[in-house]
Design a protein around this ligand. Structure first.
Ligand SMILES: [Zn+2]
Length: 84
């Protein structure tokens, strides 16, 4: 009876190990290849802060960290253009 119990425990252990490995593989596959902080970073034209590409506010070729900085940058830029 002792040996049978040992074999059952080993089989159960192997089964759990396989299930665990399969579950881990599924979790890894579900994860996107590049997480947010590993994505492409772009520098804000106004303050120079780096922001993830998908969060960046674009205006033509310029990139900004926020709409507020885009507006500030454009106001400054337009004011500088008016002087010349
Ligand atoms: Zn900024």
């Amino acid at each position: 009876m002792g040996l049978l119990r040992l074999i059952l425990l080993i089989v159960l252990g192997a089964l759990l190990h396989r299930l665990w490995k399969r579950w881990r593989a599924q979790q890894a596959a579900r994860r996107p290849p590049a997480s947010r902080d590993q994505g492409h970073m772009l520098a804000c034209a106004h303050c120079g802060m780096y922001v993830p590409e998908q969060d960046a506010v674009r205006d033509g070729t310029q990139v900004f960290c926020s709409v507020a900085h885009r507006n500030e940058y454009l106001n400054k830029h337009r004011a500088a253009q008016r002087k010349t």
